[in-house]
Design a protein around this ligand. Structure first.
Ligand code: PLP
Length: 372
């Protein structure tokens, strides 16, 4: 059966060019980059080159970048590391209510440790409520977290404005940019940001945390002297090279890819929204070009998703299934969309999708939706 992969927000296939760049670092240039012998020095030169190139791509300094295992680790580190290292300023943490669990669960953990965590509400269009943020930020607020692009509804957040509000009170600003690389630039106002290679055609298991020079942060992993003693553990050189290559392809080719994917996504939306009882979740303009989060009123998202899967369409709901229980999307609930929270599906498009696939998938969706 043909499979239609419309789940690029969950992960993307590794690009062939990325694999080619990584391959020599498995069996030929395999030395530990921390080894002082010639083979090790060879590898560390490539890792340093990758760090310099990534810094240039993101407009940051090489010494501000730390390689991690991906988005979840970077988010954990940013939040725990900053809150722990800045206890003299306060214990107040603000996170937007529709963050990824990597942020929300970290915040919940800190709250159990005695930190004061508050959640910034969202607007019905899927944006962080800036007025609410302005009224919530305090002199003892250490960190404000607002993601760059929401992973469920794709809305692009007003990062500059949010960072400005945080900075006025002396708070630091962190953005989870996991969904944003290759789509929108991460503004210089962000004191910290995280990203993850597998979201932009790179390998799984590697990401970045960028920490502006001068920001106080505690290390997350105690161990060797890798990553300037801030994150112990042997540097995964093939993954780092993959991250570099994937980020350069994604950022350098961003304009072209964004307009191609937007055309596909809009073609999909025209078709799907012509079906009865459907609506788009989240703002129609300020959103990722790849994202279409659609509500099918009166249907259960997870059942519809299973039916689509049986016909070859791979998409996802915002809900997570835990031991048989289905939870409504916390993102849509935060936007005040109670009904939509149980009846929506996220379709996210990417590099390999074609117009033909969109048209075929629309026919399948129409026939699945017609069946009660
Ligand atoms: N943050 C966001 C916004 C995400 O979408 C994801 C993954 O879906 C993560 C963090 C976690 O990233 P990783 O899979 O690299 O741990």
């Amino acid at each position: 059966m043909k499979r239609y992969y419309f789940d690029h927000a969950a992960t993307t296939p590794l690009a062939e060019e990325v694999l080619a760049a990584m391959l020599p670092f498995f069996c030929e240039k395999y030395a530990n980059p921390s080894s002082s012998h010639a083979l090790g020095r060879n590898v560390v030169a490539s890792v340093d080159e990758a760090r310099d190139a990534l810094a240039a791509l993101f407009g940051r300094k090489a010494k501000e970048l730390y390689f991690t295992s991906g988005g979840t680790e970077s988010d954990n580190w940013a939040i725990k590391g900053v809150m722990h290292a800045n206890r003299d300023k306060g214990r107040h943490l603000l996170v937007s209510a529709f963050e990824h669990p990597a942020v929300l669960e970290t915040a919940a953990f800190l709250s159990r440790e005695g930190y004061e965590v508050e959640y910034i509400p969202a607007t019905p269009q899927g944006f962080v409520d800036l007025d609410a943020l302005a009224s919530m930020v305090r002199d003892d607020t250490v960190l404000v977290c607002v993601m760059a692009a929401n992973n469920e509804v794709g809305t692009l957040q007003p990062l500059r404005e949010a960072a400005e509000i945080a900075h006025k009170k002396g708070a630091l600003f962190f953005t989870d940019a996991v969904q944003a690389v290759g789509s929108v630039a991460i503004p210089k106002e962000a004191d910290l940001f995280s990203c993850s290679a597998h979201k932009f055609y790179g390998p799984k298991g590697v990401g970045l945390l960028c920490v502006r020079e001068g920001v106080r942060i505690e290390r997350l992993l105690h161990g060797g002297h890798q990553e300037r003693s801030m994150r112990g553990g042997t540097t995964p050189s093939p993954l780092v090279i993959g991250l570099w290559k994937a980020a350069s392809l994604a950022i350098d080719g961003a304009d072209e890819e964004t307009s191609r994917v937007r055309t596909l996504r809009d073609r999909f939306l025209r078709g799907v929204l012509s079906l009865p009882n459907t609506a788009l979740n989240g703002d129609s303009e300020r959103r990722l070009a790849s994202n279409a989060n659609v509500c099918f009123y009166g249907r259960r998202g997870e059942i519809l998703l299973d039916n689509l899967d049986m016909r070859g369409i791979c998409a996802s709901t915002g809900s997570a299934c835990t031991s048989g229980a289905v939870h409504p999307s916390h993102v849509l609930l935060a936007m005040g969309k109670k009904e939509e929270a149980e009846s929506s599906i996220r379709f996210s498009f990417g590099r390999d999708n074609t117009e033909k696939e969109i048209d075929e998938a629309l026919e399948i969706i129409a026939s699945v939706v017609k069946k009660k």
